[in-house]
Design a protein around this ligand. Structure first.
Ligand code: BV8
Length: 232
């Protein structure tokens, strides 16, 4: 199926980065964070209620990502000159050398103005900054990620939607497919006639949409699956 594909696209979630030691969104709750609901922390309401705590959670995740390296799954995808759509906010696909990465939920590598005045700045993941104010408009600065209840970046969403309408194979990697509108891209691809290949360690909300479901870790399955594509 992949060997014949003319326009393959990948769509990934937190499972792609799990073997790099970046815990998935729901498993991020270890240690002192175990008692918090990530959906509550990753929201404007959570930030308004306790900005210092939310920023400490991001600092904790940023330091974790700074220690992480791309795994064999990132490297296998990066070796494919495809559009790589990801829900992940880490920079591991970029660090693996992937050229066209569409980060639907933003990037943890930047801080941006909470009032969307346009200001944003790179963050050193190993040494995350304390709470700060936007130098342009004095609003609070916050991670450049999309929180629950916030709109996805419209240009990136449109590009991802177009890629899924045009693709002939969608390789879905390491996502529970519970978060919308991102998860809706799988249906968009399928309804446009694409074949859907799912790689996950367990069934997901996308299982019903799979033409082929491969159970295993992405770091193991992707290199094998994509070696076939590279050989043609
Ligand atoms: C919006 C950035 C509207 C932040 C994230 C009720 C029903 C349906 C929808 C909703 C609803 N109520 C609210 C909504 C909408 C809401 C939503 O979908 N909520 C969910 C919880 C029901 N969506 C939103 O709010 C979105 N915005 O709708 O705006 C709007 C419209 C107009 C104007 C204004 C507003 C915004 C959603 C974006 C949220 N931000 N991330 C941050 O990271 O801090 S989402 C976050 O969770 C991740 O990015 C990821 O996308 C998502 C899921 O996280 P995980 O579960 O950890 O990861 P994943 O799903 O990838 O699961 C891990 C998978 O990997 C598992 O399946 C596991 O089996 C597998 N796995 C594990 N290890 C491996 C593996 N697979 C392979 N190999 C392995 N080694």
């Amino acid at each position: 199926m992949l060997a014949r594909a003319q326009r393959p696209v990948s769509f990934s979630g937190a499972g792609l980065s799990a073997e790099s030691g970046v815990s998935t969104f729901r498993d991020a709750q270890t240690g002192m964070w175990a008692k918090y609901d990530p959906v509550a922390l990753a929201s404007p309401q959570g930030f308004a209620a306790d900005p210092a705590m939310v920023l400490e959670w991001y600092a904790h995740r940023r330091r974790g990502i700074a220690q992480a390296e791309p795994n064999a799954g990132h490297n296998a995808l990066a070796g494919m000159d495809w559009t790589h759509i990801t829900q992940n906010v880490d920079d591991l696909l970029h660090r693996a050398g992937a050229k066209r990465v569409l980060q639907l939920h933003g990037s943890i590598k930047i801080d941006r103005c909470h009032h969307e005045c346009g200001f944003e700045q790179d963050v050193e993941l190993a040494n995350p900054p304390p709470m700060g104010s936007c130098p342009a408009c004095s609003a609070p600065l916050r991670p450049g990620v999309v929180w629950f209840g916030e709109q996805l970046p419209i240009d990136i969403w449109s590009e991802a939607e177009a890629a899924c309408r045009e693709c002939d194979v969608l390789v879905v990697v390491g996502t529970s497919a519970v978060v919308y509108p991102a998860a809706g891209l799988i249906t968009i691809a399928r309804e446009s006639g694409a074949k859907v290949i799912i790689i996950n360690t367990q069934p997901s909300d996308a299982s019903a949409l799979a033409d082929i479901e491969l159970f295993g870790t992405s770091g193991t399955v992707l290199p094998k699956l994509l070696a076939a594509k590279r050989s043609d």
